[in-house]
Design a protein around this ligand. Structure first.
Ligand SMILES: Cc1cc2nc3c(=O)[nH]c(=O)nc-3n(C[C@H](O)[C@H](O)[C@H](O)COP(=O)(O)OP(=O)(O)OC[C@H]3O[C@@H](n4cnc5c(N)ncnc54)[C@H](O)[C@@H]3O)c2cc1C
Length: 415
């Protein structure tokens, strides 16, 4: 059995998925988080598991791998039985850990264009995806009305993606983490990584307020703070926060049946602009609330909820679902997507510091991409053949290495 000692820094969904894969493979895994399980970005976004918003390329391949893995992982979670553990070293996540908490819903997604230009962009985009193996079905107007009766009548094209799905992100992360604990991993919350312990040019430990924690391998899964964690360990990594906000309605009678979003969302995802971008992403949750998202801004770690941003998000959602005018919005929240300038995650060993690995930079897709990321990390760490080509995610690419060494995450332009 592989008893390599691994410290995973970060108990968000990426750290949880990595910890689970490694613990199941027999690694001796310790997850460290300065806060709590799923306490940061993972509980501040939505839970879409999408193939529809990715054009052909490495991120789509990772999304397709993850989409294949989700049902397999969930079946595994349901079947796993508790194993003995050392109670004094364990702290179980406070969220429920049954697969029910994951709220897996393979409901499918519908992308709707509302302008002629939107249709002109959407249909060739879907054709290119089809060529890359994505199921993408152009819908006629009657089919669209039957699928989403409350959708705007001002639509110019629509494509149905049967493989889009949804989870409850914090429930999914804590279920993955709980499974890692069952497989023998340990979790220490309230432990912040402050610096590095190195020996002979190798990372052999991380410093925390309670003393050093030693291991053979360290995985930086600190989400939007991965750049800061890397800096503390002595290497720059260009991961920046990209703010996003979501509105939540009170529970409503069934109104939105799929994951529905405006075709301009794909442009917003792919853009690196720092100023405010909004596009309608609308979906219902199991409790009946409807999530209205979302915004994209690069404003450092400024977490103020801004009225002009929330109203812009709401306005776009109403364009898609005019029927939602007048419903009650019971809360709004926001989080920081871990953004990399080339929009690709970072998965692999850091060639500058032996012992350091990264699993980060998933921006607005980390929930969906988590299980594929964990699988690739495990394959890379065990030297197995990887399910997909991981070279596009390697650490030593120009977009990633250019990170500032002294002031990561400082405010950039924005409203
Ligand atoms: C508005 C919004 C909507 C979104 N919608 C979707 C969606 O629909 N689908 C999707 O797939 N993705 C979505 N995302 C993106 C997704 O939420 C993220 O990609 C994902 O949560 C990132 O997970 P993570 O584990 O990398 O980071 P996090 O969840 O932020 O976890 C990082 C962890 O590292 C810990 N940490 C940080 N610094 C240290 C340190 N020094 N020492 C120890 N621990 C540390 C933190 O406490 C934290 O728990 C959305 C994001 C936002 C903001």
């Amino acid at each position: 059995m592989n008893r390599t000692r691994v410290v995973v820094v970060g108990a968000g969904i990426i750290g949880a998925a990595c910890a689970r894969e490694l613990a199941v493979a027999g690694f001796d895994v310790l997850v460290l988080d300065r806060s709590g399980a799923a306490a940061a970005t993972t509980s501040h976004g939505e839970g879409n598991v999408l193939v529809s918003d990715k054009g052909p390329g490495p991120e789509l391949e990772l999304a397709q791998l993850s989409r294949r893995l989700w049902p397999e992982v969930l079946a595994d979670l349901a079947g796993r039985t508790p194993s003995p553990h050392k109670p004094h070293e364990l702290e179980r996540p406070s969220e429920p850990d049954s697969p029910d908490a994951v709220e897996w819903d393979p409901k499918g997604g519908i992308v709707v264009a509302t302008t002629a230009e939107g249709a002109e962009a959407l249909l060739p985009f879907a054709a290119a995806q089809r060529a890359a193996g994505v199921r993408a079905e152009t819908m006629d107007d009657d089919a669209l009305t039957a699928a989403e009766p409350f959708l705007t009548e001002r639509r110019t094209a629509a494509v149905y993606y049967p493989d889009d799905a949804q989870v409850q992100p914090a429930g999914a992360a804590t279920a993955l983490l709980a499974d890692a604990l069952r497989a023998g991993a340990r979790l220490r919350t309230g432990h912040e990584v402050l610096g590095a312990v190195t020996r002979g040019g190798r990372l052999t430990g991380v410093r925390t307020a309670d003393g050093p924690v030693e291991a053979d391998v360290f995985v930086n899964a600190a989400g939007p703070w991965s750049g800061e964690v890397a800096r503390r360990l002595g290497v720059p990594l260009d991961i920046r926060p990209r703010r996003g906000e979501v509105l939540v309605t009170t529970p409503l009678p069934p109104t939105v049946f799929h994951k529905v979003y405006d075709a301009d969302y794909v442009g917003a995802v792919g853009s690196g602009a720092g100023d405010l971008q909004t596009s309608a992403v609308v979906e219902s949750t199991r409790a009946g609330s409807i999530l209205l998202g979302s915004s994209r801004r690069r404003v450092g770690f400024d977490d103020r909820l801004r009225p002009e941003v929330l109203s812009a998000v709401a306005a776009k959602a109403l364009k898609l679902f005019p029927h939602l005018a007048g419903v009650h919005v019971m809360r709004a929240y926001g989080g920081f997507r871990p953004y990399v300038p080339d929009h690709l995650p970072v998965i692999g060993a850091d060639p500058r510091l032996a012992g350091l690995w990264h699993a980060t930079g998933h921006e607005g897709a980390g929930i969906g991409l988590s299980v594929g990321t964990g699988r690739l990390l495990r394959e890379l760490l065990t030297g197995s053949a990887t399910a997909i080509d991981t070279s596009p995610f390697r650490v030593d690419r120009p977009a990633v290495l250019g990170g500032p060494l002294d002031a990561p995450g400082t405010a950039e332009e924005g409203p």
